[in-house]
Design a protein around this ligand. Structure first.
Ligand code: H53
Length: 829
């Protein structure tokens, strides 16, 4: 706990902390102070990075008074709050967001201009903290933004990876990963608190002991590591509220026992000890396909153990009665990654605080809720009993006991139905003994939610049906959302002004107001203005891609965008087959180039470094791109662009410029998707399957404003049941055959037929994600897109209706649903 200072006497020490004056002069003074006194440079000799850091510090200074006040109040009020536990936060750049939140954008721009500085140049210098892989990490970032904006008492807990998601480069069209040194130039947005470090333990064994006649267990760990918290401000949108994101960094403990190591080998002893600091070194780059590495389990335990201890030690009032904990906090488990928090809380309550097991279990069940983000079996983490026993022996015992009592309860209800018991056991026996973290979370959580209607339904009916039956009422849905601050207000200033001119400014925190735009869709003047914004955003993207990567967007082209992680289930291959079909048609002379709607295809996608097929598909996209872009026969008609290193910063250019949003996963595979929401909100039309949140987007925008194709989830199931033979589609569909043959012929690999052979064979003989089955339907839907795009005015009308009808997808609404259905944590404005 922080040390208390005896009452201060100086009047300044008694006054509340105040922000500098919100004027241009006030800003200039603060900025120069920071430049001189913190960066230690004079303006005339400062580097761009100096100026960026001083600017960031200045924005921080303006937010500081509110932050300190909010921290004080949260502690004083002891209102129920949310601890969001997430291994990933994909934050994006902070400067612009924090300027917007504090309402300082104009003042800062003018202040810097008056010092001869172009604020845009400083914006570019910021490196985004890429502390996440994709949808799940970005969702966490949207949620903490909404919680601050809605004044919900909350704190985000996570890991401060020294290296975030890798920087993607292409060498001969193939992905090469580079380390992301995001901290190298300084990190002005974080506040380290080494004095508040926690000691986190691993390994060793457990033993029973007699505590005045009570038998207890204690854990004798083998090694420790220090968890140092770094705090980040999470400002609400112009509401004077600043919440906290607390990320943990691992540091070796300095106490080490020389005797344990080679006596006298000081250097070796130090080296062995510092390996502990590896824990927060790097983000694992797999999105929804975890690799089960020991270091990953260390990361997970490290951050949740530190977070729980931090909450119990620092957020609760003196002498707090832990029986009331469920009325004070809800720990939201973001996927299975933080689920080891469940046995950790049990261990703290039983072993350290000496509560009875049953009481501790009741508290634990009241304090956790679990969000499942996937349907892919390989994404539901399992940890081998061996590994858990070695790394966290006490936690393994606790898990066994939880499981024993749970299975006893199951037997009581269903009798000795051994198959059911085996299916529901938290400890799986095959192919090796392992702990099923999703089951543990489901048993422990007060609620379990999926992330879109369809997903929650499939979760209940297909993934966890026995649990849904055993725990009626535990399962619920909260459809994902995205923050309108970053993904509309900041990313699309043109559309934002247009909306504000029409509706006033309140849509930014009340996105359902966009409904009122429906009336404007009928107004030719508004349509023209809307189309002009889209055109402007395309130019902005074209300029950026040219400067960033030397890429050229086709003039007047339909901008057709597919940006997301590279995964077979997301089916980038379907998009490739469409492009090759268009190209082959022209190149072979069967189709006149003039018949084709000019399109620029934009891809953005990172592949997990160990995912060979995904990397091969990246290679193929680049290979198709270089052939298509160089072929004079399709000049002016088709372009394929694949800027490397798609990240939040690039997303903010790409999404507002898109005409067509590709959401083409196999039905039943994409839990929700959130890119789909961002595109629709920015006036792109979706071509998509009946999957994830696409279903809800289509319901809201209407069939006329959405290009649906492909099998439904029940149809997919039926086809599997009947027996899926992809090669039959190849045999019977001439367009498909020609496209696949062209790839197989080596046309995109300098005549080498082997380069992409594994892709072709996989499609022909395996095709787990049924690309070939949906190909014809997809190509037909793309023809409908062409026809629709020919009527520009009607297209614009549809685009406006997409914007108007997607207010539901604000993450503010998601937060409201979490509060109503799961958390019951009222805002404290
Ligand atoms: O989470 C998103 C969903 C998306 C889903 C994604 C996700 C990850 O990014 C990582 C792991 C995981 O289990 C799920 O694939 O469909 O929109 C946010 O809920």
């Amino acid at each position: 706990a922080p040390e208390r200072i005896s009452p201060a006497k100086h009047p300044l020490a008694l006054a509340p902390v105040t922000a500098p004056p919100s004027t241009v002069d006030g800003f200039v003074r603060e900025f120069l102070n920071n430049l001189n006194f913190r960066q230690g440079v004079a303006l005339s000799f400062s580097s761009g990075n100096d100026r960026y850091l001083a600017l960031a510090e200045t924005v921080r200074d303006y937010l500081m008074a509110r932050w300190l006040e909010d921290q004080r109040r949260q502690r004083e009020r002891q209102a129920k709050g949310v601890c969001y536990l997430s291994a990933e936060y994909l934050l994006g750049k902070q400067l612009d967001n924090n300027l917007l939140a504090s309402g300082l954008t104009e003042i800062a721009t003018e202040a810097l201009a008056s010092c001869g500085i172009d604020i845009d140049e400083l914006r570019r210098l910021e490196l985004e903290p890429g502390l996440g892989n994709g949808g799940l990490g970005r969702l966490a970032a949207c949620f903490i933004d909404s919680l601050a904006t809605m004044s919900v008492p909350s704190i985000g807990y996570g890991l401060r990876y020294e290296y975030g998601i890798f920087r993607q480069t292409f060498v001969d069209g193939q992905q090469v990963e580079q380390p992301d040194r995001w901290l190298a130039m300084g990190s002005p947005w974080e506040f380290p608190h080494p004095e508040a470090a926690q000691t986190i333990s691993f390994g060793g064994h457990t033993e029973k002991y007699d505590d005045d006649g009570v038998e207890r267990t204690r854990w004798i760990p083998a090694w420790n590591v220090q968890a140092v918290p770094f705090n980040y401000m999470v400002p609400g949108y112009q509401n004077g509220r600043v919440n906290t994101l607390r990320l943990w960094s691992a540091v070796a403990t300095n106490a080490f026992d020389l005797g344990v190591f080679n006596a006298g080998d000081y250097a070796e002893a130090v080296r062995a000890q510092t390996f502990a600091s590896n824990i927060s070194k790097v983000l694992y780059p797999e999105d929804s396909t975890p690799q089960g590495k020991e270091l990953r389990l260390q990361q997970q335990y490290f951050f949740v153990a530190a977070s729980i201890r931090d909450f119990l030690d620092n957020q609760l009032s003196e002498g707090y009665d832990l029986a009331n904990l469920p009325n004070r906090v809800i720990f939201q488990l973001n996927d299975t990654h933080p689920v080891i928090a469940v046995p950790e809380l049990m261990r703290v309550l039983v072993d350290e605080r000496h509560l009875e097991w049953a009481d501790a279990w009741a508290i634990t069940q009241g304090c956790f809720a679990y969000t499942c983000h996937t349907l892919l079996p390989e994404a539901l983490e399992e940890w081998s009993v061996d590994l858990l026993g070695r790394l966290l022996p006490r936690h393994l015992e606790i898990i066994f006991r939880i499981n024993e009592e749970f299975l006893a309860a199951v037997r009581e209800q269903f009798g000795d139905d051994e198959l059911r018991i085996r299916n529901m056991s938290i400890v799986g026996e095959y192919p090796h003994r392992s702990v099923r973290m999703a089951y543990l979370a489901t048993v422990a959580g007060a609620k379990v939610n999926g992330v879109a209607e369809l997903h929650s339904q499939l979760l209940r009916d297909k993934v966890l049906p026995d649990f849904a039956e055993f725990f009626p009422g535990k399962f619920t849905n909260v459809t994902n959302g995205v923050t309108p601050r970053r993904f509309l207000r900041l990313a699309n200033p043109g559309l934002s002004s247009l909306i504000t001119d029409a509706l006033g400014p309140r849509w930014v925190t009340d996105l359902e107001r966009l409904r009122e735009l429906e009336a404007y869709a009928a107004d030719p003047e508004f349509r023209a203005a809307f189309a002009a914004v889209k055109a402007h955003n395309k130019v902005r993207l074209a300029t950026e891609l040219k400067a960033r990567d030397g890429l050229e967007v086709g003039d007047g082209h339909l901008l057709d965008v597919m940006v997301k992680r590279l995964h077979e289930y997301k089916r980038q291959m379907l998009k490739v087959l469409h492009i090759v079909t268009l190209y082959e048609g022209i190149a072979s002379g069967r189709v006149a180039a003039s018949e084709i709607t000019p399109r620029t295809f934009v891809f953005g996608a990172k592949a997990a470094p160990g995912y060979a097929m995904a990397k091969r598909i990246i290679h193929l996209i680049n290979a198709v791109g270089s052939v298509v872009n160089d072929d004079p026969r399709v000049e002016g008609r088709l372009k394929v662009l694949f800027p490397p290193n798609y990240d939040v910063t690039l997303a903010e250019y790409v999404i507002p410029a898109a005409d067509l949003s590709e959401q083409i996963s196999l039905a039943g595979k994409e839990a929700s998707g959130t890119g789909n929401m961002k595109f629709a909100l920015n006036g792109a039309l979706t071509i998509g399957t009946d999957d994830g949140a696409n279903v809800e987007i289509r319901e809201l925008v209407g069939d006329d404003n959405f290009f649906l194709f492909g099998m439904t989830e029940p149809e997919v199931e039926a086809l599997w049941a009947k027996g899926y033979r992809p090669s039959e589609y190849y045999q019977t569909d001439a367009d498909l055959r020609r496209a696949m043959d062209l790839i197989a012929s080596g046309a995109f690999s300098g005549g080498d037929r082997s380069t992409f052979e594994p892709i072709i064979s996989n499609l022909l003989y395996d095709d787990r994600f049924m690309v070939l089955a949906d190909y014809a339907s997809y190509v037909a839907a793309q023809k409908t897109v062409d026809a629709a795009y020919a009527d520009q005015d009607a297209w614009t009308r549809s685009a406006i209706l997409n914007v108007a009808r997607c207010g539901y997808f604000s993450s503010d609404r998601s937060m409201r649903d979490y509060i109503d259905r799961i958390w019951h944590t009222p805002p404290t404005p």
